[in-house]
Design a protein around this ligand. Structure first.
Ligand code: PLP
Length: 422
């Protein structure tokens, strides 16, 4: 069966071991080898000329012509097969992988924004992204404006109009759910606004950082996003042993992103590509187990006398929070495996809890097989202003957990014994 036929017949988890790889091109090896090579030998000078004409866009690819391998900054089998597999989860036409989530994000912003443009983003953002927007893009004359996760379509529109940036907003960039509080942003509302302010010759790009929920539980392209970005360091990599990023979208978008990637030279290396293919084979199994464990941990925390409040999407109810509940039902298929909770007390109590954990590790990052705990206020979100911390609920009592694949009873007994020491 051809790749195209397979893609339409089978589910992604069935294709993660084989899609896009031809054993006969690699001595029959069942697994794609690591193509640890910088350059590739052309069969003839004519062939080399042809590859370069296509790579540099000097002419269109012929109907039966295949783009050949040139040089590992432009293309490499480990990256190409990985990119093909990643498209399956998000239902994307194409994908570009990067050496980090930050390089994926910064390349997307540099490609689609020019001096004088505005990027409208949801607050709070991942700290690295926030810094890039505020401290780096601003040096190139690219402006930014924030709206709070939760804000209605009408209010975001009002923000655009009242600030007179109707002609200048060129990107809407969101994270949903927001880190660390799990506040949700309505993707369809953002997609509508991006359309509204797009003109025939200037598209407003709607980009979603899907690191927290993707690719299994959230597929933003189906809700009107033009670009999806990932820190593949998190769930996609899933073993805390690599740093990588990915960008997905239609052919036109990804061709532009890949072209800039060629000149920034921030593609992932073959070894990282190979590790990510290994990771994709178990992606669904891992994430499914993690989400199941997270539910058990959230329920344990909710009933614990030393816990003031648990922030977990699975606890949303139509009665208490109809707007978030509506968005949750529309755009997510799981409550995910990220939980945060307010311990009774403040920093001292939170630290006593973190220092007493035995099975769960005290570390930032998320989405991996092992469970991790951290203190957002003094760690991942330490540079957020006190006003914004208050606004987003990032208090000194807040602890963030990323739930792994351990047995949930062991996780709960570890959390229980650590809470006992508080
Ligand atoms: C980790 C993370 C990033 C940055 O990714 P790196 O792989 O560390 O460069 C971006 N966005 C979110 C939501 C993240 O969690």
């Amino acid at each position: 069966m051809s790749n195209d036929e397979l893609k339409h017949k089978m589910r992604p988890e069935s294709l993660m071991m084989s899609y896009g790889y031809k054993p006969e091109l690699s001595e029959g090896a069942i697994k794609c080898p690591i193509f640890q090579t910088s350059t590739f030998v052309f069969k003839s000078a004519e062939e080399g000329k042809g590859f370069f004409e296509i790579a540099y866009g000097l002419r269109e690819k012929g109907p039966t012509e295949e783009m050949g391998l040139i040089y590992s900054r432009l293309n490499n089998p480990d990256l190409e097969i990985l990119e093909n597999r990643l498209t399956l989860w998000d239902g994307a036409e194409d994908c570009a992988v990067f050496e980090s989530g930050m390089s994926a994000i910064s390349t997307v912003m540099l490609e689609f924004l020019s001096p004088g443009d505005y990027v409208l983003y949801s607050n709070p953002l991942y700290g690295g992204t926030y810094h890039f927007v505020k401290a780096v893009l601003s040096r190139f004359g690219i402006h930014s404006m924030a709206f709070n996760a939760h804000e209605s379509e009408a209010n975001i529109d009002k923000l655009i109009q009242e600030n007179g940036i109707q002609d200048k907003v060129k990107m809407i960039y969101i994270e949903t759910p927001a880190n660390p509080t799990n506040a949700l942003v309505d993707m369809e509302a953002c997609a509508k606004l991006a359309k509204k302010y797009s003109t025939e010759d200037s598209q407003v790009i709607f980009a979603v950082d899907n690191t927290y929920m993707g690719p299994l539980w959230s597929q933003p392209l189906k809700h009107g996003a033009d670009v999806v970005v990932y820190s593949a360091t998190k769930y996609i990599g899933g073993h805390s042993d690599l740093i990588a990023g990915a960008v997905l979208g239609n052919q036109e978008v990804i061709t532009r992103v890949k072209t800039l990637r060629t000149f920034l030279g921030n593609m992932a290396g073959p070894w990282t590509g190979w590790l990510l293919m290994r990771s994709l084979e178990t992606l669904k199994v891992r994430m499914t187990e993690q989400a199941m464990n997270a539910k058990k941990v959230a329920e344990f925390l909710r009933d614990h006398p030393k816990v003031a409040k648990v922030h977990y999407l699975g606890f949303l109810t139509e009665e208490a929070d109809p707007e978030n509940y509506r968005i949750f039902k529309k755009q997510l298929t799981s409550a995910g495996a990220m939980i945060s909770f307010d311990i009774k007390g403040g920093e001292a109590e939170a630290f006593r809890f973190l220092n007493a954990l035995q099975l769960i590790h005290l570390a930032v990052s998320l989405g991996s097989t092992e469970s991790l705990a951290e203190h957002p206020s003094t760690m991942t979100h330490s540079d957020v202003t006190p006003e914004d911390k208050a606004l987003y609920g990032i208090s000194d009592a807040l602890v963030r957990l990323s739930i792994g694949v351990e047995n949930y009873e062991d996780l709960n007994s570890d959390i229980g014994q650590a809470l006992d020491k508080v």
